[in-house]
Design a protein around this ligand. Structure first.
Ligand SMILES: Cc1ncc(COP(=O)(O)O)c(C=O)c1O
Length: 323
């Protein structure tokens, strides 16, 4: 989120490298970064670290199963490569049927689709896990409705903030939309590219982790924790999400201004044409703190210049189409 080679982050990593990478006992940095997360993220009272987003979404689901004594999971969005979530994707070769049968998908901004899941299996859901936002904005208090419905059915509400974390606001989407989950997961932006993820949540639920196996050789690896400390400090003190949001407003497409989805039909051609104009763009525009208004102007000019392109722009509402 800060951009490549951020010197504050990289200097923090270099200093830590001189002291050591991984230790037998938890390093003080684990406490320091945990305390930062507890201060920044509304639902965070306790924290555990992993390396990938999949580590922490899987940890959250296992924790929810342990806490509720139930097996079934309702999910919406992408949550990683592990069996419990990958089983319901279109690319699920190798996932046992018994595992696939425990995960059920509902649709974003469609509360009836979640109602139906609960109706079909009353008292069997451990949790509802979802991305708080992807290319669509939540409509009609959708996130609050999901939370209420989960709780009414005795299930935990988990926000997968692997992408939205620290991007939609300093405290993530949960702060931006003022809906507090029981558990939340963070990754990607947390350490500016160094491998780290975090599972956070209410103390009461997180205490159950004492009896749940959630442990990795490299979870307490200190270079990424040093990177996270420097990254989170900058995101918080310089309100990076506010900068990115304001910077991204003129970019056409779906979703949040700092993470625009362009509706591209021919992605390869699009990438080729953007590349010719000096821009690497894969179909989403993920702004970072090193981007400036000039970069955004250059992108918009490239989109407009593209010979044969037809752009229909309605910022914040619909995407534009390129034929
Ligand atoms: C919302 C969300 N959750 C979880 C994951 C999985 O993270 P990872 O690839 O680091 O395991 C991703 C990865 O793209 C993601 O976008």
């Amino acid at each position: 989120m800060l951009g490549y080679s951020d010197s504050d982050v990289d200097q923090a990593v270099i200093r830590q490298m001189e002291e050591g990478v991984i230790f037998s006992l938890p390093h003080q940095l684990e406490i320091e970064v945990s305390e930062m997360l507890v201060d920044m993220v509304p639902c965070a009272e306790m924290v555990r670290f992993g390396k990938n987003g999949s580590d922490t979404t899987t940890g959250a689901v296992r924790l929810a199963r342990a806490y509720t004594g139930r097996d079934h999971v309702a999910m919406c969005g992408y949550h990683g490569w592990h069996d419990w979530s990958n089983g319901v994707s279109g690319r699920n070769l190798g996932v046992p049927q018994a595992v696939k049968d425990l995960t059920h998908v509902f649709e974003y901004n469609n509360i009836d689709s979640l109602h139906r899941l609960f109706k079909d299996r009353p008292g069997q859901y451990a949790c509802v896990i979802m991305e708080p936002m992807n290319r669509e904005w939540p409509q009609d208090y959708f996130l609050q409705k999901v939370k209420d419905l989960a709780h009414a059915n005795g299930a935990l509400f988990i926000m997968d903030e692997t992408i939205t974390g620290f991007r939609l606001s300093v405290g993530g989407a949960q702060q931006r939309f003022d809906v507090m989950p029981d558990l939340a997961t963070f990754g990607k932006a947390i350490a500016n590219g160094y491998p780290l993820s975090a599972l956070v949540g209410s103390e009461e639920i997180m205490q159950t982790l004492n009896n749940v196996h959630f442990s990795f050789t490299n979870a307490g690896e200190c270079l990424s924790l040093a990177a996270a400390k420097a990254t989170l400090t900058k995101i918080r003190d310089e309100n990076v999400p506010a900068y990115l949001e304001q910077l991204g407003i003129p970019i056409p497409g779906d979703g949040h201004p700092a993470w625009r989805h362009l509706n591209i039909h021919n992605k390869t051609l699009f990438m080729q044409e953007m590349h010719k104009r000096g821009i690497l763009c894969l179909g989403t525009v993920n702004l970072n703190y090193s981007h400036t208004k000039e970069d955004v102007d250059k992108l918009i000019q490239a989109l407009n210049e593209w010979e044969g392109a037809e752009l229909e722009c309605e910022p914040m509402q619909t995407g534009f189409k390129i034929r």
